[in-house]
Structure formats: C-alpha cells, structure tokens
Ligand binder design. Sequence first.
Ligand SMILES: *Cc1c(COP(=O)(O)O)cnc(C)c1O
Length: 421
Amino acid sequence: MTLSNRDKKHLWHPLTQHKTSPDTLAIVKAKGAKLWDENGKEYIDGISSWYTAMYGHCNPYITHKVAAQMQQLDQVVFSGFTHEPAIQLSEELIKILPANQEKLFFSDNGSTATEIGIKMALQYHFNLGNDKRVMLAFEEGFHGDTFGAMSVSGLSVYNGAFEHHFLKVVRIPTPNGKNNTEVLQKLKQLIKENAIAGFIYEPLVQGAAGMKMHDVDGLNAVLKVCQKNGIITVADEVMTGFGKTGKNFASEYMDEQPDIMCMSKALTAGLLPMAITSCSQKIYDAFYSEDIAKGLFHGHTYTANPLACTAALAGIELLNSGEIQQNIQKVIQSHSEFLKEIKVHPKVRNPRQLGVILAFELNVEMERYGNLRNKLFQHFMGDGVFLRPLGNTIYILPPYVISQEELRKVYNSICAALDIF
Ligand SMILES: *Cc1c(COP(=O)(O)O)cnc(C)c1O
C-alpha cells in the first residue's frame, strides 16, 4: 500500500475538507530547495514549506549542530531552569532585532506567539490599572488559529463556528498610499469610541491574505497615532521575519519600532517548531512586581526546547553570513527581472515584490479552495514546482539557497500557467 493510501485511515489534515479533497501527496525526502514524493518525482519548493526552510531543507550546518546538541541536553523545564542554547539564542537574536526589543518569551508556533503578544498587550494595561480591553487589527490580517489569534484575524468564513467566542476587536483597512487619510480618520474615530489596548499587524506584507503589500508611510502614520494614544503595537513577523523582505525584519523599514514582536516559521529554519514573542523594556517593566499575579502566567511544556534553540541559533548564523546575504540579493534581482517580463501580460494583475516575496493576481475568477484553483495547483505540481496559489493569487517565496536554474523552472511554469488559464 502506498503512503497516500495508508494516510487515509487515521490522519486528519489541516485546512482540509476531506470529503472533497484529492489524495494527500507523500513526501519521502527533502534537500536544499527540493522535495521528493514516494514515486520518485521531484518538486522545487517554491514556498519554502510555508516560509520556514529558508536556508534549504536538511541544511547540513543546521542538522549537525542539532545532532550534537541532542547528545548533550534534549529537554528541560524552562520554568526555574535555563540552558546555554536559550541564552546564546537570546544574545544573538537581540543583536538583529530592532533596537528597542529587550526581552524574549518562548512558545511553540506562530499562533501562540501572537496569542502571547495579545496577552502581553492586554495584561500590560490591566497591570497598570487601565480599563482597555479592545484589540485593533487590519481587516484582512492573519495571525493564527488559536482563539485570540483567530479573533484578531480578518473575519474568515472558515471561523464561523467560533465567532461568538471572540475577543472584542475593531478593524481598519490597510493603507495603500491612496487611502492613508481615510485610514487615519477611521483609526481616530475608533480610538474615540473604544478603549483600545493593542494593535496587531503584519508589517508591510499580509501573508495569508494573499501576499498583499501595503504602504510604508501609511503604516508609519498608523503606528504613530497608536503610540501617541497608548496603544501597544504588536508586529506579527511570523511570516516576514528573518530576511524575506530584504531586511532581517519588515519592521526595519519603519520609523516606529513595535512594542512587541512575534516570530516563528523561519526562526528555526524549518527544522523544529518554536516561536518567540519579544518585547521592549517598557512592556516587561509592567509585569515586574512584588505582586505574583502581575507576572505573565503563560507557559508551554516545550518552552525554549534546547534542540529548537540550537536550530534557531544556527539559522541566525547562516542569515548573518555573507553567502546567504548574497543569495538573498540574487533572488531579489531575479524576481525583479521576472516581474518586468510578466507585468505587461494581460492576465497579470497587481504584480508586486518585497525582498524574495513575489506575487500577482491571475486575472481569472477563482475561489480560494475552488476547482479552478486546484487545477492551477495541479499544473504547477505536474511541472515539478510546488506553489500553493491562494485563490487566484500566485506567489513565490523560495528558499534563499535556490539555484538560478531552479528559479527559472518556477518562472517557466508560471509563464505556462499564464497561457493555459
Ligand atoms: C503562519 C502565520 C501565523 C500562525 O503560525 P502557525 O505556526 O501556523 O500557528 C501567524 N501569523 C502569521 C503572519 C503567519 O504567517
């Protein structure tokens, strides 16, 4: 029996309606920018396995470091204990974070990272005795699938069963350069009508919304108004972090630094699940007290797992290396040439790029998980290219180590799709 067949008996996959979905594809091997299925067919991983494996799959530098750590210390409670990998990671990560970030709080995935960011913002005000309980978010944001994270995400038809249980959230559109004044007006109105505790946002690129990009000046203005009004700003860099936008963090494009930052995905280079919520001294100080209840009573069993910390450290070393920085520049260059090539095509709408993230809309009506979208996905897979269109949005977010030849193969498959669909 094939793996795909055995899979059906007991496994329940994420974001999947099993009744209408095609069979799952069994992957048996990954290396660099490539994946291999159980029939031996190879695919270029054009989305770095959901923006994680940026230094390539099974990167030997990272796997060797983690293998060595495995012989030394596998896991220990992080409440009351500490260890070298977490300490060293804190020292290296703080060096590349925006200058105001001072403290790191660990968890396991992007949703818990944002959940903790939201809890920090709400409890910050609670501890200071401010009656502020409303969160502010962008209309089409995505921050994860736990309750707090779902609440602040743009309302999704898939979250209908839980909407009655959500936090109180008010929303503004993303600033696009043309609507900046209206966005600010709406924001100021909302601030008058609600006691807003915090603003959570994906800086500059909204991943799940379809790699939608917004205006730097507009976001700066929103952040300024938030900071002036005592609203804690929470940058969700789970997708944008660790080099994808051409800077280590998208927040580096901004004048205003966030109070809190959420990281996961590429943090551990695609090897192990882990997340970090970082914050400024001001946030930490609001929890620092003789009163135990003012502490942040949140903790996960695998907090700061030494193996995951080691993977993260090795990833940051690679990110800082001249070689990876050159690779990033090469991908950015190739992407912008490819965009020039396709942007005049009548089926290409709203072509855009930031760093190694390239996206556009195919000028054809498609539902997010509809039939035509699935055909488009199958077209890419048939070509040995793993891209995961979001409705009619086609995007590439390749590992930094992808070769020019592999990148060309991805581009060619996209060009073919433009003619077929
Ligand atoms: C993926 C993602 C999350 C959720 O992370 P998970 O690890 O899937 O829980 C949150 N925020 C953003 C911006 C993301 O891209």
